[in-house]
Design a protein. Structure first.
Length: 206
């Protein structure tokens, strides 16, 4: 049966869809069967998947959508088809998020390089703890060497588990996403960042 990873953050623009899409590609390149579940009404992950399908014919992964009440049912189906199921969620923290957390073996919380994003982590972490799940904060769109990044990283460590691997602020993430790709499919530093994070996430599942 597949393992479920839920990507959650109550603040919009933190990079949930970017994180989910890039990890999906990285896992697929490792030979794992991957499925995506988009529970965000905005549907950004679904748009990325359709772009990928148009570009490649075979996107190399399964895809489904669900509203909150259907998450458990869809995860049950996708677990039978894939090694990893990645769930993208709406930017909010309420009862609708709980089914996606309940299904997860690991919850990834992207935090863009600002204290405002970090402040939004508390609500998600509270729900994660109530559901008895493991969470990993992922620093995203950071600018290396800045005081703000150092402050955010230190505060994130205090808030909970933080991934050692970080995703920098790079145009290549937006460009690859807009073409139905993942950064791991293009040469460059972004590919190395995503690969390192994918390894760390898989290790956290074991």
């Amino acid at each position: 049966m597949g393992r479920v990873i839920t990507v959650a953050q109550q603040k919009g623009g933190a990079g949930k869809t970017t994180l989910a899409a890039n990890l999906a590609v990285a896992f697929r390149r490792r030979g794992l069967k991957v499925a995506l579940l988009d529970t965000d009404p905005q549907g950004s992950l679904g748009r990325w998947f359709m772009l990928r399908r148009e570009r490649l014919g075979d996107p190399g992964m399964e895809f489904s959508t669900a509203s909150a009440w259907g998450v458990g049912y869809e995860c049950e189906k996708l677990r039978k088809l894939a090694d990893i199921v990645l769930v993208d969620t709406p930017p909010k923290v309420d009862a609708d998020l709980r089914p996606a957390l309940r299904e997860a073996e690991l919850v990834l919380i992207p935090v863009a390089g600002s204290m405002v994003d970090l402040w939004a982590v508390d609500g998600v972490m509270d729900l994660v703890r109530r559901e008895g799940r493991q969470a990993l904060i992922v620093l995203n769109r950071i600018r290396a060497g800045t005081r703000l990044t150092a402050d955010v990283a230190a505060a994130a460590e205090a808030a909970g588990g933080v991934a050692a691997s970080r995703l920098a602020s790079r145009v290549s993430y937006a460009e690859s996403l807009g073409q139905g790709q993942g950064a791991a499919e293009r040469p460059g530093p972004a590919a190395a960042e995503v690969d390192a994070l994918a390894d760390e996430v898989l290790a956290a599942l074991d």
